[in-house]
Design a protein around this ligand. Structure first.
Ligand SMILES: Cc1ncc(COP(=O)(O)O)c(C=O)c1O
Length: 498
């Protein structure tokens, strides 16, 4: 329930008071309100930004031990994002996910995680020495992209691993596909363990009822959001939300204190404070606008020869419970060009920069900052590209082949054990029977085929070679051509290639 005054922005206001008092800065940072900074950079960035680039003192509070304006700003954020406690993060959602893992799990404990988690989750698990139990998300056969996980997949994993200490879900995915989080929360809580959610792409969800339900509203116990990705805070600024009960907020603060810099940027922190205020005061209308822009954009993309753009018509399919319309996945395989080529064309020839591309798709992320003119420019560029490449066009039926993933390999070592071992390089074909020290992914769908600590099988190497021959991208190893892979050195081995 909303109870506080969201017109206030206590941290930003404390910084403005510091500036208006013309406080004399005998504190770091060294540029002292921009005076000691390179002139061209200062003039470009502006002296206002420099004036609030301060450090920890009582008037502006401490991120590690908040008791003043940061504490108040975090309390307002908790109220806005339906949490009991909210923590501001200046290391992005990557840092927030590390803190989440550190505050929930202990060394040797198991966690159920989708195979396509962000690398910060795997590195977080490696830091603490937790054991991932991987589950596969569903895959869309047309775009080749990973969808979300189903409650059934999670239920099966919980039955097979009743000793798991947490379940981790991504909501929504990079491509905007939401999971049935309410059903998942019920299942997870039947085992009395926390539901942990990576909502990097969903900081806007709770501010409009037509969007998929946010993790905190669906019953998650802890959730990290990249406020900077979709709503109005600055790059690197994220939030970590906690529901008291299965997660102890004191452990979360302790984990953040372990990981955070002691010199957090107050520009980033203040941008989180005002992003919350903006969402609480004008969020509904801003999100209404962006939804109508994105619905219109999706229809116009689908009307262009050679392009497709999926949306909420898929709601209800396995792994596709809901959809965030702000994500435009432009599938170009019918036009006979790769997503990578399309991204290059848009960027070089039209100065339009998408978020990412893979073999079949280009992902454009819309947010409250996009305009009708920008959508028009994108549609016009796609129209021209369609005209130029339509001779390449291939029958649309070819866009429905099924991506079959090989089974998840046997885990021999935890990610941490694998990372701490001595390793050596081997040609891929000679690595069969060894333990991988690296990731290996095929794009699409970009789901790891192999993670550190897992056994390399002949079946897997054959699969990789087949995918390579089919023109898919193999990535993840130190060797950019993925002809070699780094493997764990066991006691008996005296390698040549170390
Ligand atoms: C699903 C997902 N989780 C976490 C992250 C990390 O977020 P950040 O860039 O805020 O560190 C990303 C980044 O793209 C992501 O896509």
């Amino acid at each position: 329930m909303i109870k506080l005054n969201h017109q206030n922005a206590p941290l930003f206001e404390a910084l403005l008071t510091y500036v208006n008092n013309e406080t004399i800065p005998f504190h770091v940072p060294g540029h002292k309100k921009g005076v000691g900074m390179d002139q061209q950079f200062r003039e470009f960035i502006g002296t206002n930004a420099m004036a609030i680039d301060v450090t920890v003192f009582e008037q502006v509070d401490s991120l590690h031990h908040p008791s003043g304006p940061i504490a108040e700003a975090q309390k307002l954020a908790a109220d806005a994002f339906h949490a009991d406690h909210t923590f501001f993060c200046v290391h992005g959602t990557s840092g927030a996910l590390h803190a989440m893992i550190l505050s929930v799990l202990r060394e040797g404990e198991k966690i159920i995680v989708p195979r396509n988690v962000h690398k910060s989750v795997t590195t977080g698990l490696a830091l603490i020495g937790a054991i991932p139990v991987y589950i596969q998300p569903e895959i869309d056969s047309m775009t080749g992209t990973a969808l979300n996980v189903t409650p059934e997949t999670i239920e099966k994993a919980l039955q097979e691993h009743p000793d798991a200490r947490g379940v981790f879900v991504i909501n929504p995915t990079y491509f905007g596909v939401a999971a049935d989080l309410e059903a998942i929360a019920t299942l997870v809580h039947e085992h009395d363990i926390p539901l942990m959610v990576d909502e990097a792409h969903g900081p806007h969800l709770s501010f409009h009822q037509d969007l998929p339900m946010s993790a905190m509203e669906a019953g998650a116990d802890i959730c990290a959001q990249s406020t900077h990705k979709i709503i109005g805070s600055l790059t690197q600024s994220s939030m970590l939300h906690v529901r008291e009960g299965r997660v102890d907020h004191r452990r979360v603060q302790a984990a953040l204190n372990l990981l955070h810099t002691t010199s957090p940027s107050y520009i980033l922190l203040a941008s989180l404070d005002v992003a919350r205020r903006q969402m609480m005061t004008e969020g509904f209308q801003l999100l209404e606008n962006i939804q109508s822009l994105s619905h219109q954009a999706r229809e116009r993309v689908n009307a262009i020869d050679g392009f497709r753009c999926f949306g909420s018509e898929n709601n209800g399919k396995p792994g596709f419970y809901g959809f965030d319309p702000a994500k435009l996945t432009i599938t170009c395989r019918d036009l006979g060009i790769s997503g990578h080529q399309l991204e290059g064309l848009l960027s070089r020839e039209y100065h339009i920069q998408p978020e990412l591309s893979d073999l079949y798709n280009v992902l454009c992320t819309l947010s409250i900052g996009n305009t009708q003119e920008q959508i028009d420019a994108l549609i016009n560029a796609l129209g021209s590209i369609s005209q130029s490449y339509r001779h390449n066009r291939i029958p649309s039926s070819s866009g429905t082949d099924i991506v079959i993933m090989p089974p998840i390999p046997t885990q021999k070592l935890s990610p941490r054990e694998a990372m701490h071992c001595d390793t050596f390089l081997l040609p891929l074909w000679e690595s069969i029977g060894k333990i991988s020290a690296e990731f290996l992914m095929v794009y699409p769908p970009g789901i790891p085929l192999l993670c550190p600590g897992e056994l390399i099988s002949e079946e897997l190497v054959l699969y990789i070679e087949t995918q390579r021959e089919a023109g898919l991208w193999i990535q993840g190893t130190e060797d950019p051509e993925v002809k070699h892979i780094r493997v764990v050195q066991t006691l008996e081995e005296e390698p040549d290639g170390k």
